[in-house]
Design a protein around this ligand. Structure first.
Ligand SMILES: *[C@@H]1O[C@H](CO)[C@@H](O)[C@H](O)[C@H]1NC(C)=O
Ligand SMILES: *[C@@H]1O[C@H](CO)[C@@H](O)[C@H](O)[C@H]1NC(C)=O
Ligand SMILES: *[C@@H]1O[C@H](CO)[C@@H](O)[C@H](O)[C@H]1NC(C)=O
Ligand SMILES: *[C@@H]1O[C@H](CO)[C@@H](O)[C@H](O)[C@H]1NC(C)=O
Ligand SMILES: *[C@@H]1O[C@H](CO)[C@@H](O)[C@H](O)[C@H]1NC(C)=O
Ligand SMILES: *[C@@H]1O[C@H](CO)[C@@H](O)[C@H](O)[C@H]1NC(C)=O
Ligand SMILES: *[C@@H]1O[C@H](CO)[C@@H](O)[C@H](O)[C@H]1NC(C)=O
Ligand SMILES: *[C@@H]1O[C@H](CO)[C@@H](O)[C@H](O)[C@H]1NC(C)=O
Ligand SMILES: CC(=O)N[C@H]1CO[C@H](CO)[C@@H](O)[C@@H]1O
Length: 502
């Protein structure tokens, strides 16, 4: 899922940096890590408005402390156009960004709803978008932000709707990316409330060092153009070479249009910069040719092929480093940015904002908090052999938890939280049934998902889509979709239909 900021009046210049330890992983992330959050902030300004009205549900603040009776208003949307009495209720689970009403009229789940006479609901995740459980985002208040509280929100909401409106209907949960994990975990923790879950591109194992991410990026690039990785590696080596001299710092500043002068001996700035440049490729790979165009993404027409054509073009006499810079300029231009931001101190300062009106509240601060307290998922450069160099090691990301949230967010603390997340949900061994796990081979997140039927029991269905990226199956169908993707959509509908009949 993704963020919807059509009504955001704030100037993007004020918003700039959100640091983003992790790449926010929403299905159509309008965020990005580090300087790339620049890109994302700008992108989301372009969403159209929608006629789907906001609805509000009185939600409990702390589901695990009965003595705490505080409530807050959780936002949801409905589309009842296709509902036939007695039909199923479809619940689209919101994730780490503002809930986008465009999903109430678009996407494959709407096609399934048409087919099956379903009532469609989307519930926004607590602490994101307009669903504000607390007065601000201080660490003291963020204690109420967790996947467990979010699942309990889903349970309380579902139970209330069942009681008021749908006493006997079957419920089907949908989610992609982090909400895909929630869809599977909802079935795991509350099987009496939800009958079937469709869990797309879901990371099910919490992991501190998600170094495999760049390995999948590398493989996806290789699959498109086998000379491309070599050129990237050469560019990164040249950039690393330039770090050794002051004149080199200046050259990097010019070539990559840096917003501030580069101090080549400032490790954190260097890490931030190299991660940002790798991010140009991470972003495009994760969302490669995914039909995002329907909701106005400015990079929707840039594919792996676009970037690799630049990297492997020998006609221009440009060096690999020049071409790496050309890729960076292409993305800056596509997003109407005039410079590449990379200053670590600026990022941290931005992420420390706790006001709901701050740019950090667009999701970067909250999701970062969830990575520090539940999931890790740090996309480090620690995997050997990948072409993006080794300038943003795990320590860099882990350190940011402390710098943003305070000294108690130590590496040991994060590691312990991750251990608990896997103990709580079961990692890849989660004991569920009637969950459809969908993964795409070039989606880097599949490395943490269930991707083979033999990883789970026979009362679940595993669908793997060769050649598609993050959440591809959730977008509206297009004639240009590969056969594997069309087949996957049909198979999902077929399985839901069969399970609903039982
Ligand atoms: C939600 O709570 C408010 C008071 O806090 C109340 O006025 C309102 O009727 C409640 N809404 C529903 C749908 O129960
Ligand atoms: C539900 O979605 C369909 C398909 O996009 C749309 O035509 C219809 O207007 C929507 N209904 C509501 C109530 O939003
Ligand atoms: C890249 O792709 C080629 C085939 O085009 C294959 O032979 C090679 O093993 C791949 N390399 C990696 C690192 O995946
Ligand atoms: C993408 O589309 C925009 C206009 O919508 C165009 O200006 C730009 O050149 C296109 N980029 C690529 C790489 O095709
Ligand atoms: C461009 O040059 C590189 C290195 O010399 C070579 O590996 C690659 O095959 C060439 N690409 C094209 C499209 O000619
Ligand atoms: C980007 O634009 C801002 C004002 O819009 C300006 O202050 C800044 O110097 C520009 N940066 C570069 C690298 O051109
Ligand atoms: C946040 O923004 C809203 C509307 O833009 C405004 O009414 C409110 O006063 C702002 N709050 C703070 C604390 O700035
Ligand atoms: C599971 O299935 C995959 C192919 O789908 C196969 O490569 C793998 O070896 C199998 N693993 C086990 C433990 O049987
Ligand atoms: C069930 C299935 O086809 N799973 C696939 C998911 O993705 C991996 C690729 O990384 C395939 O190897 C699996 O076969």
């Amino acid at each position: 899922m993704e963020d919807y900021f059509g009504k955001m009046a704030r100037s993007w210049k004020a918003s700039l940096l959100i640091l983003g330890l992790p790449l926010l992983m929403s299905c159509q992330a309008e965020y990005f890590n580090k300087g790339h959050l620049f890109i994302r902030n700008q992108e989301r300004l372009n969403k159209g408005s929608s006629d789907v009205p906001d609805l509000w549900f009185n939600q409990t603040l702390d589901h695990f402390n009965p003595a705490d009776t505080r409530q807050w208003k959780q936002r949801y949307f409905v589309n009842d156009t296709f509902y036939k009495p007695g039909g199923p209720v479809f619940l689209q689970i919101g994730g780490e960004g503002e809930a986008n009403p465009i999903w109430m009229t678009h996407g494959s789940w709407i096609d399934y709803a048409k087919e099956l006479g379903a009532y469609c609901i989307q519930l926004e995740h607590r602490f994101y978008g307009k669903s504000h459980p607390t007065s601000d985002l201080t660490v003291k208040n963020l204690v109420h932000l967790s996947s467990e509280q979010a699942l309990a929100d889903l349970a309380f909401f579902t139970e209330s709707m069942k009681r008021d409106k749908f006493p006997t209907n079957k419920w089907v949960a949908f989610g992609g990316s982090y909400p895909g994990s929630l869809a599977a975990w909802f079935r795991l923790k509350y099987p009496h409330l939800v009958d079937i879950s469709v869990s797309s591109s879901a990371p099910l194992i919490a992991q501190l060092n998600f170094k495999e991410y760049l390995g999948v990026v590398e493989a996806a690039i290789n699959r498109t153009n086998s000379d491309c990785n070599e050129q990237i590696a050469e560019a990164v080596k040249s950039a690393e070479g330039l770090l050794k001299r002051r004149t080199g710092w200046w050259m990097l500043q010019k070539k990559f249009n840096l917003c501030d002068p580069l101090q080549g001996d400032n490790r954190k700035d260097v890490s931030n910069l190299f991660e940002t440049l790798a991010g140009n490729f991470m972003d495009i790979v994760q969302y490669n040719e995914d039909n995002r165009g329907f909701e106005g993404s400015k990079t929707a027409n840039i594919s792996i092929n676009t970037l690799c054509s630049i990297m492997t073009n020998n006609d221009t006499g440009k060096t690999a480093l020049d071409k790496y810079a050309q890729v960076n300029s292409l993305l800056l231009n596509a997003l109407n940015e005039n410079c590449t931001d990379f200053k670590y101190s600026k990022s941290v300062k931005n992420m420390q904002q706790t006001d709901w009106n701050s740019t950090a509240a667009d999701g970067g601060r909250q999701w970062t908090y969830q990575t520090c307290t539940e999931f890790g998922f740090y996309q480090s450069s620690d995997l050997d052999g990948q072409p993006f160099g080794n300038e943003f090691p795990l320590d860099f990301s882990v350190r940011e938890c402390r710098d943003v949230f305070g000294s108690s967010f130590s590496p040991e603390f994060i590691q312990k939280s991750i251990f608990w997340t896997n103990a709580n949900y079961g990692g890849r061994n989660l004991k569920v049934s009637r969950v459809i796990f969908v993964n795409g081979s070039i989606d880097p997140w599949h490395a943490l998902g269930i991707t083979a039927q033999n990883q789970t029991s026979d009362d679940n269905l595993v669908i793997f889509i060769d050649g598609t990226a993050h959440c591809a199956n959730m977008y509206p169908a297009s004639d240009k979709d590969p056969k594997e993707l069309k087949d996957a959509r049909a198979k999902i509908l077929q399985q839901i239909t069969a399970w609903l009949k039982e």
